[in-house]
Design a protein around this ligand. Sequence first.
Ligand SMILES: [Zn+2]
Length: 61
Amino acid sequence: MSETDRRTRLPCKYKCLRCGLEYEGTHIPDVMEELSCPKCASNSQRRLKDKKAPAAASTED
Ligand SMILES: [Zn+2]
């Protein structure tokens, strides 16, 4: 086992809730990151692609 595997950044897509820009990025599982839109700098970003996204618990608001 490798401890670094837990910190591997996974590719995912984000969408800016302000200007609607969709862009590719990365995220680290179990780590909350502050994101800002590369276009309008808004921090209201939603992750579009997540392998284990709980449908009921939407905390990314
Ligand atoms: Zn934006």
